[in-house]
Design a protein around this ligand. Structure first.
Ligand code: NAD
Ligand code: LMR
Length: 328
């Protein structure tokens, strides 16, 4: 067994939290040889419910769970943490757009970014799940001036997994037969699910589907999947979101598979002509705890227009929250 690492989860008494904590504690995220100490953050009124979750975590007697800290204090929650999953936020209700939530959630992520800056490990890996995830990640990052900006990422992995599943179902393949799908941009309805570089059983995906299905069904289905689940369930996706968060962190920490890539919302370095600084979904490989953007992919006009549209939305979201950034 390795030495334990500290993993913070915010919104720990919420529905994603309930689907996430037990898997992290069981070793699904960092491996069966990596013990974890969970740091669980909630708002004060949710602390009694959180205590119930802590009781259940303890009752599982997980070999890899070496401790639990439950708190409503951001400074305690992020003290010495190696990983932070920022889930706590207000979920979108029926008919609401993510943009409506920017201001309310911004007020959560600025103080959390500052507390991470002041208390977390210097190489902390932060994943923002709470919506609007990309711009919330930017707000947290911009309140953590002492940390490497690349410590902060946002989740587009659920969209990536949805794209794999849709493509597998259409082509009669297994999920494991699909390689190199990409989610470019924002975790919102402007995201661009791209299969131009994807393969199914080693052959180009675009040769196995027709353009009408790709444009008219696949892209809107992946873009609108979150809203479809809210409509069907009366609540936003939880177990699949938790599973995607585990996938994102596991790949970032332990690496991606040879011959494939994953989609991660990461600070743009200007690659593929995207505005530098916005947290943009890119195809990434990971090695030794670091991510790298897959470079050199050919981008046709169809893709270019969609990549730019989601970039534009992210630049607009950024303009709306700049007042929440720490003064430089
Ligand atoms: P939920 O309402 O069930 O749980 C959210 C929890 O966060 C609540 O327990 C609440 O008390 C807590 N919370 C609120 N403010 C907090 C704060 N300042 N500090 C700590 N905790 C706080 O919601 P959920 O279904 O678990 O969803 C959480 C978020 O994840 C939502 O914003 C949702 O839209 C988002 N989401 C993102 C994706 C994605 O792919 N990126 C997918 C699904 C859901
Ligand atoms: C999802 O993609 O399932 C969620 O982000 C939906 C939402 O808006 O909460």
């Amino acid at each position: 067994m390795k030495a334990p690492v500290r993993v913070a989860v915010t919104g720990a008494a919420g529905q994603i939290g309930y689907a996430l904590l037990f898997r992290i504690a069981a070793g699904d995220m960092l491996g069966p040889d990596q013990p974890v100490i969970l740091h669980l953050l909630e708002i004060t009124p949710a602390l009694p419910a959180l205590q119930g979750v802590v009781m259940e975590l303890n009752d599982c007697a997980f070999p890899t769970l070496h401790g639990v800290v439950a708190t409503d204090d951001v400074n305690v929650a992020f003290k010495d943490v190696d990983y932070a999953l920022l889930v706590g936020a207000r979920p979108r209700g029926p008919g609401m757009e993510r943009k409506d939530l920017l201001e309310a959630n911004g007020a959560i992520f600025a103080p959390q970014g500052k507390a991470i800056n002041d208390h977390a490990k210097r190489d902390v890996k932060v994943l923002v799940v709470g919506n609007p995830a990309n711009t919330n990640a930017l707000i947290a990052q911009q309140n953590a001036p002492d940390l490497d900006p690349n410590c902060f990422t946002a989740m587009v992995r659920l969209d990536h997994n949805r794209a794999i599943s849709q493509l597998a179902e259409k082509t009669g393949a297994l999920n494991t037969d699909i390689r190199k799908v990409t989610i470019w941009g924002n975790h919102s309805s402007t995201q661009y699910p791209d299969v131009h570089h994807a393969s199914v059983k080693g052959k180009p995906a675009l040769e196995q589907i027709d353009q009408a299905w790709y444009e008219g069904s696949f892209i809107p289905t992946v873009q609108q999947r979150g809203a479809a689940i809210i409509k069907a369930r009366g609540a936003s996706s939880a177990a699949s979101a938790a599973s995607a968060a585990i996938d994102h962190m596991r790949n970032w920490a332990l690496g991606t598979a040879e011959g494939d890539w994953v989609s991660m919302g990461i600070p743009s370095d200007g690659s593929y002509g995207i505005a530098p600084g916005v947290i943009y979904g890119y195809p990434c490989t990971c090695k030794d705890g670091k991510f790298a953007i897959v470079q050199g992919l050919a981008i046709n006009e169809f893709s270019r227009a969609r990549m730019d549209a989601t970039d534009k939305e992210l630049r607009e979201e950024r303009a709306g929250v700049e007042h929440l950034f720490a003064k430089k």
